[in-house]
Ligand binder design. Structure first.
Ligand code: 26W
Length: 810
């Protein structure tokens, strides 16, 4: 680790300020101080990164290439300083420069190049990869605009642009010397020259891919990796030949295409958009990545024969699937390999993680888009599909139903998951339940052909960020009780907290820490949204993307139930509650946006009704993002993880709440199952149908209306939604979605079926909250058992079971 003093840092950061902004600390604003600190840290990291890369080559280490269209990094200044053991000194330095450290950290915008779980997972894994000293590079697109900023106007979501790069460029290291060329469109012809096949592209559009590297520190190690964000550039500002002919629009075509590729992150979560631009984004970053990895490998080893020994590509959902045909193209068209040799290497070097079983989220591309956007890739996919189909047909003795199910190309569509299964050496789900659903349902035929290919790696979180850093009070208590900070790199050490479950003093300290965190959140909400919260109420939080299967609407039904009870009996609530929501809805997802509006109508109604004063409050927190999650999670007491069983692949928010001592109300879904394994019924509030019961109920015929008719409290809630609240807006559409609809479309996520069990679980929560000691004991138990959800564990499993790479902290 670099040893430096605050005096030295003050001098060097002041120099950065002068060089980059021409200002003294007295003249600089808080943003410039933040950037100067970032520049200074980046310099230190850059030196480490060079050594890490050198070591990788010298020792002939295998590299992991983590491809993801999303990396939800959040802020980096505090994280990098923390990992490098420089946080204390940096804070001192900032003070010497005349600024408040908290304000400087606040000045950094989130790097929000992702939607939700999948993107944040990638960010957590980058931290663990470096911490475990695994040589790894992340690859994505250097979007100009990250996920939209959400504003709430009259209760509705408004989307605003997120130009994150203005103040975050200080982290990026441009590497224009490693620029790649990407070809789109045109027509492909094959020629034989000197006995070798040559591919000619006529009328293709060329776009340059320029790398911007964001350096990634590990915790307590010099090992430094990077995240390579590809930026698209035109080869020239204007096609002068076309310009001279008066074809002005055409002359700008290449530049326009380049600019559009990197313009904005698609804001859809669990719903692909089959648009040409999205296909261009996928091919752009995949092709740039593959070309650069192959070149570097050849430079280091001079042959491609050992490519898979030294490189493994992990693809984050199907969005980077084109690595498979693109590597084939590079090996065959550029390096003259035959099909079988190329295929052997590719199928040894690529592994695929599935993150969702939602049928609408499985990517299926129209043949025409692939054919027009990447014609040579299309040819290769067709050949992969032909060979795969023959193999499947042979295995299943020509059973056409099964062959169709397994097909890569069918009905003029390309099914990306099947392409990943055919071309990958491993396929994994992200929790035990999810992986089993993949094996026995979604991918069952492929699994029967090759059961060993299908694996599980339960997700994990960067517990250093998601507990130690955001909850310093708890971090200090844990270190005090365990007598060391070893849990930071050995999260299972948290289990030693089990020794204190009946220690009154410890339980009281834990409660005091939670209360402090709640006060901090109260201030945050007051400062940002002008809303006053009651810190003595139970903080019940549901924070995640808005999706029907996550059932924010069921949470709403519970709140309305409490409200009706209050109306009937003002003394009915023994425990005052604050319900906090944070959620972005995909801009085109009408129902999700209506649910946001409903939450705001409900909040407006309840918060102004005197009967609710001090007892019941509902707050929709604007613009949920990494930074807001960091303020929210340490203050939460109840974590809502209430998806329809079988639908949430894993969840990672559930883990973040747990390790901060919140208790979970949840279904047996995703990683809640593993959580239940270690906590038992007595340390969480489990309720609702199990995954197999959900399947059976749907198969047998589900009738939400009969539940509605037979449950008076539920009926009253739904009727209230139908009528609406005091702002006069009716939610008859949402009411209709739950009760009407054909072919199993009414209440497809079974809110009504689980309503009663959910209310009962919520009543158990209120009962338990009255017994402070019991509650605090449960809370400590949750923290003690959260070690299994460390990203270090998950990344270690990928390294051992999928990548075959060594690592530290074994
Ligand atoms: C192309 C549109 C699109 C965009 C994102 C389709 C699908 C996605 C993701 C796969 C959705 C996603 O974020 N899935 C979440 O992944 C997390 C990390 O594994 C899991 O914890 C969540 O359960 C899962 O919903």
């Amino acid at each position: 680790m670099i040893q430096t003093t605050p005096e030295c840092m003050t001098k060097e950061i002041t120099a950065k300020l002068m060089i980059h902004f021409g200002k003294t600390p007295e003249e600089a604003n808080v943003s410039e101080i933040m950037e100067a600190c970032a520049f200074w840290l980046r310099d230190k990291m850059a030196i480490h990164e060079v050594h890490t890369r050198k070591d990788t080559t010298i020792h002939g280490l295998k590299q992991v290439h983590y491809l993801s269209l999303e990396f939800l990094m959040g802020r980096s200044l505090m994280k990098n300083a923390y990992n490098m053991g420089m946080l204390k000194n940096l804070e001192k330095t900032i003070k010497t420069l005349g600024f408040e450290p908290a304000e400087v950290f606040e000045a950094e915008p989130d790097a929000a190049l992702g939607n939700g779980g999948l993107g944040r997972l990638a960010a957590c894994y980058m931290d663990s990869l470096a911490t475990l000293e695994i040589p790894a590079v992340g690859y994505s697109i250097c979007y100009e605009l990250g996920i939209f900023k959400q504003a709430i106007k009259n209760g509705e979501q408004i989307e605003l642009p997120d130009p994150w790069r203005t103040a975050s460029d200080s982290w990026l290291l441009p590497k224009s010397g490693e620029t790649q060329e990407i070809l789109f469109g045109g027509t492909v012809t094959h020629e034989i020259v000197d006995g070798r096949r040559k591919i000619k592209y006529d009328g293709a559009t060329k776009v340059l891919a320029v790398p911007n590297d964001m350096l990634i520190t590990g915790y307590n190690t010099n090992h430094t990796n990077h995240l390579r964000l590809w930026n698209a550039r035109a080869t020239k500002p204007l096609d002068m030949a076309l310009f001279s002919k008066g074809e002005y629009t055409k002359a700008l075509e290449e530049r326009d295409m380049a600019e559009s590729i990197c313009k904005v992150l698609y804001p859809n979560d669990n719903h692909p958009e089959g648009k040409t631009l999205r296909m261009r984004q996928q091919y752009f970053f995949v092709s740039a990545t593959c070309q650069s990895v192959v070149q570097k490998h050849l430079n280091a080893y001079g042959t491609l024969a050992n490519f898979a020994e030294y490189n493994v590509f992990q693809i984050n959902d199907t969005h980077p699937t084109l690595v498979i045909p693109e590597l084939m193209r590079i090996f065959m068209d550029i390096h003259g390999m035959d099909w079988d040799s190329a295929w052997r290497i590719v199928t040894d070097a690529v592994a695929y993680t599935n993150h969702t079983v939602m049928w609408e989220a499985l990517e299926r591309w129209p043949q025409s888009i692939i054919q027009n956007t990447v014609p040579r890739i299309w040819e290769i996919i067709v050949e992969i599909a032909r060979r795969w189909q023959a193999k499947c047909s042979e295995f299943y003795h020509g059973d056409m139903e099964i062959v169709k199910n397994l097909a890569i190309c069918w009905d003029n569509e390309v099914r990306m998951a099947n392409l990943c299964i055919a071309g990958g050496k491993a396929v994994n789900g992200v929790s035990t339940l999810h992986s089993n659903i993949l094996r026995t349902d979604v991918f069952k035929y492929a699994c029967q052909m090759n059961p060993d290919k299908f694996k599980n790696v339960t997700n994990g979180i960067d517990h250093r960020r998601w507990m130690s850093q955001i909850n310093p009070g708890l971090d200090a208590l844990v270190k005090e009780l365990l007598g060391s900070d070893k849990y930071l790199t050995h999260a299972m050490d948290l289990q030693k907290l089990n020794a204190f479950l009946d220690n009154q003093e410890v339980l009281d300290k834990l409660a005091a820490i939670k209360y402090e965190n709640k006060l901090k959140l109260c201030k945050f909400v007051k400062d940002t949204q002008g809303i006053e919260l009651n810190p003595n109420s139970l903080f019940d939080v549901q924070a995640k993307r808005l999706h029907e299967y996550k059932r924010q609407l069921m949470n709403v039904l519970h709140i309305i139930t409490l409200y009706h009870r209050l109306k009937d009996d003002p003394n009915s609530m023994k425990v005052p509650r604050t319900f906090l929501f944070g959620a972005k809805a995909a801009p085109g997802y009408v129902t999700a946006k209506r649910i946001i509006q409903l939450i705001n109508s409900l909040a407006h109604h309840i918060n102004q009704d005197p009967i609710c004063q001090g007892k019941l409050k509902v707050v929709f927190l604007e613009n949920y993002r990494v930074t807001l999650a960091e303020a929210l999670i340490p203050a939460a007491e109840i974590s809502e993880q209430i998806s329809t069983a079988g639908k949430e692949a894993s969840g990672t928010g559930n883990m973040k709440f747990m390790i901060n001592g919140a208790l979970t109300v949840g279904t047996l879904d995703g990683a809640n199952v593993e959580m239940h394994d270690v906590l038992g019924d007595e340390n969480m509030f489990l309720f609702g149908l199990h995954a197999d019961e959900v399947v059976k109920l749907k198969k047998d015929g589900y009738n939400p209306r009969s539940i509605y008719e037979s449950n008076a409290a539920l009926k009253r809630c739904l009727d209230q939604i139908n009528t609406g609240f005091n702002d006069g807006i009716s939610y008859s559409d949402l009411y209709g979605d739950l009760l009407n609809g054909f072919g199993g479309r009414a209440d497809q996520y079974l809110l009504l079926a689980d309503y009663d069990a959910y209310i009962k679980a919520q009543d158990r929560i209120a009962e338990t909250y009255l017994d402070k000691n019991k509650w605090n004991r449960m809370s400590l138990k949750n923290i003690a058992e959260a070690g299994i959800f460390a990203a270090d564990r998950a990344v270690g499993e990928y390294a051992d079971n999928i990548w075959n790479v060594g690592h530290r902290l074994g």
